[in-house]
Ligand binder design. Structure first.
Ligand code: S3P
Length: 448
């Protein structure tokens, strides 16, 4: 786990202003490097997120023989020399997914189709997270998987094989599970279908056709992939829009800090990622969305956020998948809104990089927030200011660390956020960008 790294945050000395370009989308960066590696030909990817999670995925392919040229020093542009669906080589060592659930779960689908065995592990957080959700379907397709707790816990070893297509009804609303099955489906004869209890982010379905593999989504949401053979590198570059999950921290910071006005250009507004924006609008936020030209298959917009007092809302299970990664920062908005915020049907938050209901409850309580934890959510009573001069623990979870850095802006004294180094998994440069728009936050190691 990414233990260590202390942030010193808040209170804000000024409103947030200016224009902030957040880094590339994490989910799309993983998928782009995966599909490019499995394609025939060279793919240039631009706007890649050089966070530790996506770099772990790229490294896995390098470990299996793929050549990747980094085209700039900050690793946002790369050329992938794809080796074709069957061109990966057995890795010489254990593959390390680090902190990344997306990496390990999607790679389970890729490894299921290989003719060799490979072992994947991850950091202390990832080794506690459930893998059965992806192991079950790839076993049904014909792969052999072993590991602790019958393959539920990393490290797991996957012996691929000749796969058969399945009709898979996923018990959890999870894009990682859906994508795992579709990636394994590339190696199966016939049509693989996936049904989800609720629609989840659809970047895999949008990106596969760019690599020559059509995906059919039926009226009832059933997703079908009939592989046509090899993936082919797209003629043009694959360009990745700015990550809406990263933008959400700044959008909510500007909403809660009096006097703020912040522009977030060209952020992804895919409806399956846009739940945080809809919830924030329902809370009364002042958001101006100016839709721009789509980037590849993904819609984008410039979003301008101005401060406005928010009010609590009720969020139900139907609204959870589209905002699944944004609840830590939405809880901060709720803590500073008028009235009560209620979230239900979000038990998945308990198996993220940390138990995000418990870690956020603990951190917000340390700042004086009154809330009740529920097994599947939380009830938060909003207030005007938060208590400062406090120490909170991000538990090595990047989104808890960033959410609490935003919360601290509205505290009446400094907040020390411990175990925050994991910010680099999804948002390298967060602290510098936050400082640039006026937030009061620094690494303790930077000094005062
Ligand atoms: C992701 C899907 C989500 C999300 C994660 C990224 C993806 O997980 O929480 O950060 O890229 O597919 P689940 O699909 O398991 O909910």
């Amino acid at each position: 786990m990414n233990i260590g790294g202390t942030l010193i945050a808040g209170p804000a000395a000024q409103p947030l202003t200016g224009s902030l370009t957040v880094p590339g989308d994490k989910s799309m960066s993983h998928r782009a490097v995966m599909l490019a590696s499995l394609a025939r030909g060279e793919t240039c990817i631009r706007g890649f997120l050089p966070g530790e999670d996506c770099l772990a995925t790229a490294q896995m392919f390098v470990d299996m023989g793929v050549t990747i040229d980094w085209l700039n020093a900050d690793k946002t542009a790369l050329r992938v020399h794809g080796c074709g669906l069957h061109g990966l080589r057995a890795p010489a060592a254990v593959l390390d997914a680090g902190n990344s659930g997306t990496c390990v779960r999607l790679m389970t689908g890729v490894l299921a189709g290989q003719s060799f065995a490979a072992t994947m592990t991850g950091d202390a957080s990832l080794r506690k997270r459930p893998m059965r959700r992806v192991v079950d379907p790839v076993r049904r397709m014909g792969a052999t998987v072993s590991g602790r707790d019958d393959g539920n816990l990393l490290p797991i070893t996957i012996q691929g094989g000749q796969l058969k297509a399945i009709d898979f009804a996923s018990p959890v609303a999870s894009a990682q599970v859906k994508s795992c099955v579709l990636l394994a489906g590339l190696y199966a004869d016939g049509t693989t279908t996936v049904r989800e209890p609720r629609p989840t982010r659809d970047h895999t379905e949008r990106m596969l056709p760019l690599f020559g593999q059509p995906v059919v989504v039926a009226e009832d949401g059933c997703i079908a992939l009939t592989p046509t053979g090899e993936l082919t590198a797209p003629a043009g570059d694959v360009v990745i829009p700015a990550d809406p999950s990263s933008a959400a921290f700044f959008a909510i910071a500007a909403s809660i800090l009096p006097g703020s006005s912040l522009c977030l250009p060209a952020i992804g507004i895919n409806p399956r990622r846009d739940g945080w924006r809809r919830i924030l609008m329902a809370m009364g936020a002042d958001l101006l969305v100016q839709q721009g030209q789509a980037i590849g298959e993904e819609p984008v917009a410039d979003v301008t956020v101005r401060h406005r007092r928010l009010h609590g809302v009720h969020v139900s299970s139907d609204d959870v998948p589209d905002a699944i990664d944004e609840f830590p920062i939405l809880f901060v908005a709720a803590a500073l809104a008028d009235g009560e915020f209620v979230l239900r049907g979000a038990e998945e938050l308990r198996v993220k990089e940390s138990d995000r209901i418990a870690t956020m409850a603990e951190a917000l309580r340390a700042l004086g927030v009154c809330l009740q934890e529920r097994p599947d959510g939380v009830v938060i009573q909003g207030q005007r200011r938060l208590r400062g001069h406090a120490v909170v623990d991000a538990h090595g979870d990047h989104r808890i660390a960033m959410a609490m850095a935003v919360a601290a802006q509205m505290a009446d004294g400094e907040v020390e956020i411990r175990n925050a180094a994991a910010i680099n998994t999804s948002f390298p440069g967060f602290v510098e960008l936050a400082q640039a728009c006026g937030m009061n936050v620094r690494w303790a190691e930077q000094g005062s």
